[in-house]
Design a protein around this ligand. Structure first.
Ligand code: ADE
Ligand code: ZN
Length: 336
């Protein structure tokens, strides 16, 4: 039988998680106290970790969640805060059987608060090095740009010295696009993506989470992304689905996120079976585990519960995740 233990033992790669989304209410209140940060007084959810956790169970949309996500980040000040946050995630992921994680962070959400990019990066890098030595888990960092901000701001941050230095040093190897999806179509960011591509960076973008499947085709055709984050609304367009299956583009699907943010009512409505039947490659991921009530293994378990997949289906999913990873071929061989 395919139970939690079976799913835990599968060699997993995670491709879609935002390190800031690993901030648990407990760590949020701890860092707020350490850093003397005043949380909103007019929102009773911030009374304590328990009231905040309860509020997280009642998100009504992506934007409703994002309000809490950006507020939560206000407690992250020191490099050690970012390290503690990422280390908390790596420990959870390793316990869930993740061997390799490609993780997002949002530089603009910190730089706009006066926290330097170097502070953020040094904390995340320290945790990532520790994960490799202590847990045997490899990882890669992706800078995500916030699509609700003007494309010019995103480009300025991309081109800023510290950010460029991190690409040149190989500390960051990819860019992504996140935050409010509607009404910010991917082609607004074509200049940013053209520059990143010219520099040899890997490219991904959130598309087709709340937004229409046309955002997925635009991300492919105008941004030339290698991967699509979420992409669940692809199932509404069979022609595009066939095209993506033929190209072998990986979708990074986040089932529990889709339910909690009300993109679907139930995990059964995430198009897992449709993607498997159409030969669309995808991985299963946690997105913002501390906000959505589960890390990667909880997502695997929810998918198994909803779809009663076979051992062969799980082999297909895990193989696609390993092969679709951005680590070297050597590392992929170790995991296969
Ligand atoms: N930032 C963090 N999580 C996100 C999501 N699910 N969609 C868009 N932006 C995000
Ligand atoms: Zn996401």
């Amino acid at each position: 039988t395919i139970d939690r233990e079976f799913l835990k033992a599968l060699p997993k790669c995670e491709h879609h998680m935002h390190l800031e989304g690993a901030l648990s209410p407990a760590l949020l209140f701890q860092l707020a106290a350490q850093n003397n940060i005043t949380l909103p007084q007019d929102d009773e959810c911030y009374a304590n970790a328990e009231t905040l956790s309860t509020r997280y169970k009642g998100f009504t949309s992506l934007d409703d969640f994002l309000g809490y996500y950006y507020m939560g980040m206000s407690v992250l000040i020191q490099s050690s805060d970012f390290e503690a946050l990422a280390w908390d995630y790596f420990q959870h992921a390793s316990a869930d059987g993740v061997q390799h994680a490609e993780v997002f962070f949002d530089p603009q959400a910190h730089m706009s608060r006066g926290v330097s990019y170097k502070t953020v990066l040094s904390g995340f890098t320290a945790a990532s090095e520790r994960a490799e030595t202590e847990l045997g888990m490899t990882s890669m960092l992706t800078t995500c740009f916030l699509r609700h901000l003007p494309p010019k701001d995103c480009l300025d941050v991309f081109e800023s010295d510290d950010v460029q230095a991190s690409y040149e040093a190989g500390a960051v190897k990819a860019i992504g696009l996140d935050s409010s999806e509607l009404p910010f179509p991917p082609d607004m960011f074509r200049d940013l993506y053209a520059r990143a591509k010219a520099q040899g960076l890997r490219l991904t973008a959130h598309a087709g989470e709340e937004g229409p499947s046309s955002y997925i085709s635009t991300a492919l055709d105008t941004l030339h992304v290698d991967r699509i984050d979420h992409g669940i609304r692809l199932a509404e367009d069979p022609e595009l689905m066939a095209k993506i299956a033929a190209r072998g583009t990986l979708l990074t699907v986040c089932p529990l996120s889709n339910v909690v943010l009300r993109c679907v009512d139930r995990v059964e409505q995430v198009p897992i079976r449709k993607f498997l039947d159409a030969g669309v490659k995808f991985s299963i991921n946690s997105d913002d585990p501390a906000y959505f009530g589960g890390y990667i293994l909880d997502n695997y378990v929810a998918v198994q519960h909803a779809f009663a997949l076979s051992v062969g289906d799980w082999e297909t999913i895990c193989k696609a995740a390993i092969e679709g990873s951005w680590c070297g071929e050597e590392r992929k061989k170790e995991m296969l």
